[in-house]
Write a protein that binds this ligand. Structure first.
Ligand SMILES: Cc1cc2nc3c(=O)[nH]c(=O)nc-3n(C[C@H](O)[C@H](O)[C@H](O)COP(=O)(O)OP(=O)(O)OC[C@H]3O[C@@H](n4cnc5c(N)ncnc54)[C@H](O)[C@@H]3O)c2cc1C
Length: 410
């Protein structure tokens, strides 16, 4: 990872927020990582044919999300891990399967092809959405009562880029997450430290203008000139990138249990892959590690099955919640961010956050309040959303103290 280029299929940068930072703090990396972050204080919305506008993430100036390089973060974590004398990293070893009852994992060396079995006390699988450890659990469906679901969106994603200015600056607002919402599809852009932006198309595979249909230079040009004309001056190379870069799939994976026989555990995307629209997949995975650390501390000396079970019970409901919220945000970002009622509700939320320290919108509960579990943030946030939408439909400028009373009565 430290020698190779980050693979083009995964997002080059991603949004790091309070839950991720809290976990990084636990391992002494928060400050180091903040130096590599670009604060994004809100969404910069670019409606079709309309004027761009800024929609802050919070009424509190200290609450923002951060754009960070995936490669940079991975490298910092590897360097940190190597500081531990009792930890050894073996690269290019693909786990093929795990014998769960004996915690014996079979690895294939990607360079030599050699197969090796390794027996351990426990196996913790953090091997991502395609997890081999999870697949071994699936092979024990009836004994583990293993539930599994996988839901692919009919949308995929492709990365493009906006280049830096000649002197290494940013061609568009640096401190924002840019969105070009277009209903059925959208483009977003996150800033990088070198002045570039990583631009991501979230786009249907099928249909008249889907990825599958945009298969010639002429069609791609005609599509971008019609839908995103304002972006083109910033990305003169977009047609080349469109054909060079792969299309990634997006989906939600849910499963339960996350542990087997007190010998194996999965966490991160291996246990709960989600769509990226809340910017929480990595944050949730880092939060898994922090909660696991809490459980280890609380149950020191107890057996692994107790520890693993406690951990999965604390996390499963919250993983479900963030999966749902991420799907909700898919619709919101594509279709609602420039909707009038939605804008009125956001304005009211900002005013409440500015005036009442105890008020947090749904977005803020999820993104800036790491002490509140996702499931609770979802319940509270949804109730608040319904109430505020009802209020702004009646009166665009309601009395804030009266609104706050109604929020409290929820
Ligand atoms: C387009 C996109 C944008 C995203 N944006 C954001 C964002 O803005 N904010 C956010 O919080 N999250 C975001 N995410 C989600 C985030 O990338 C994931 O949630 C996060 O990477 C999960 O971390 P993980 O360590 O569980 O899995 P991964 O990052 O997938 O890491 C798994 C690791 O295991 C290795 N591995 C896989 N299989 C095996 C095997 N069989 N044997 C050995 N090793 C194996 C892989 O090589 C990899 O190193 C985004 C995801 C996508 C696709």
């Amino acid at each position: 990872m430290r020698l190779d280029h980050v693979d083009a299929g995964r997002s080059i940068n991603l949004a790091l927020s309070a839950r991720g930072l809290k976990a990084l703090d636990r391992v002494g990396l928060k400050e180091d990582m903040e130096a590599f972050c670009i604060p994004m204080k809100g969404r910069m919305i670019h409606p079709a044919g309309g004027d761009s506008f800024h929609s802050p993430y919070s009424g509190r100036p200290e609450d923002f999300i951060n754009s960070i390089s995936r490669g940079g973060l991975n490298i910092a974590l590897l360097n940190k891990a190597e500081e531990y004398d009792n930890l050894k990293i073996h690269f290019n070893q693909g786990c093929q399967s795990v014998d769960l009852e004996t915690a014996t994992a079979t690895f294939k060396d990607y360079e030599t092809g050699e197969i090796q079995e390794v027996k351990a006390d426990i196996v913790i699988g953090t091997d991502g959405a395609g997890s081999a450890v999870r697949k071994s659990m699936m092979a024990k469906t009836t004994t583990l009562l293993f539930n599994y679901s996988q839901h692919f969106l009919r949308h995929g994603y492709k990365e493009l880029s906006i280049l830096p200015t000649a002197d290494g600056g940013w061609q568009i607002e640096k401190n924002a997450l840019h969105i070009w919402p277009r209903g059925e599809f959208m483009i977003i852009a996150l800033p990088n430290l070198d002045g570039s932006f990583t631009v991501t198309m979230f786009h249907p595979f099928g249909g008249e203008n889907g990825f599958d249909a945009l298969d010639t230079e002429e069609k791609v040009r005609a599509f971008f000139e019609k839908e995103f004309p304002e972006l083109l001056p910033y990305m003169p190379h977009y047609v080349r990138e469109y054909f060079e870069n792969p299309v990634g799939t997006l989906g939600t994976i849910k499963c339960y249990p996350w542990q087997a026989y007190g010998k194996a555990l999965i966490m991160g995307d291996a246990a709960h892959a989600i769509v990226p629209f809340y910017g929480q997949g990595m944050n949730a995975s880092f939060e898994d590690v922090r909660v696991f650390d809490d459980v280890l501390n609380e149950h020191e000396g107890e057996d692994w099955e107790t520890i693993f079970t406690k951990f999965q019970d604390l996390r499963a409901e919250n993983a479900e919640a963030i999966a749902e919220l991420a799907m909700d945000n898919f619709t919101e970002m594509q279709d609602r961010v420039d909707d009038e009622d939605f804008k009125k509700k956001r304005k009211l939320e900002m005013q409440l956050e500015q005036q009442f320290p105890e008020y947090y919108s749904k977005y803020s509960l999820v993104t800036f309040k790491p002490d509140i579990p996702y499931a609770e943030a979802m319940r509270k946030g949804r109730a608040q959303d319904d109430l505020l939408l009802e209020i702004v439909e009646e009166n665009e400028n309601p009395d804030l103290a009266a609104v706050m009373e109604r929020v409290k009565s929820l």
